[in-house]
Design a protein around this ligand. Structure first.
Ligand SMILES: *[C@@H]1O[C@H](CO)[C@@H](O)[C@H](O)[C@H]1NC(C)=O
Length: 164
């Protein structure tokens, strides 16, 4: 009894300590992360929901979570090149348009991951201001494009990739 109380006390102490911070994200497949399906118009919120859970004090984001966000960017980029661009080239009419909307939503996911990473790096003292400006402009343009197509169908494409 005494032993287990001490153990409990230690566990409580360790959990409360800032040294025991744990990564927020865990390994995910591209398909689970994708927001490309459904309809256009709400990609910004959908991307933020997929990538939610970081501490509000971004200076405390774990290295593993920065790696995860980087990895989301990479697999979304690969999906764009290898899945969306190929399918769009082979499609026409409404099929091609819906694929294009799915591709834009995929870009919003990709750029949101990048920006969360850069914001955390900035909070941790890295000089990423120029990159952050550049990526934010791209994100805002892609969000506008998504919003212009609000309510129109967007196509999900399965892609075989997993975050590191
Ligand atoms: C959307 O983001 C990409 C980068 O992924 C960028 O190259 C492109 O210019 C952006 N789209 C618009 C309409 O700005």
């Amino acid at each position: 009894m005494k032993f287990s109380l001490i153990t409990f006390g230690l566990v409580a102490l360790v959990s409360a300590s800032p040294l025991s911070r744990r990564a927020v994200f865990s390994t995910s497949t591209y398909d689970d992360l994708s927001i490309s399906g459904g309809v256009a118009g709400n990609a910004q919120q959908e991307a933020l929901d997929k990538l939610s859970g970081l501490p509000s004090d971004l200076s405390t984001v774990e290295e593993a979570d920065l790696d995860f966000l980087n990895s989301v960017n990479q697999i979304a980029n690969d999906a764009e090149d290898e899945a969306f661009n190929t399918a769009i080239d082979a499609a026409s009419g409404e099929d091609a348009d819906a694929l294009q909307r799915g591709k834009i939503k995929n870009k919003v996911l990709k750029l949101t991951a990048t920006i969360l990473k850069l914001q955390a790096q900035a909070a941790q003292g890295d000089d990423v201001a120029d990159k952050l400006d550049e990526e934010t402009t791209k994100l805002n343009n892609n969000i506008s494009q998504d919003e212009e197509a609000a309510g129109l169908a967007s196509t999900f494409l399965s892609f075989d990739a997993t975050t590191e």
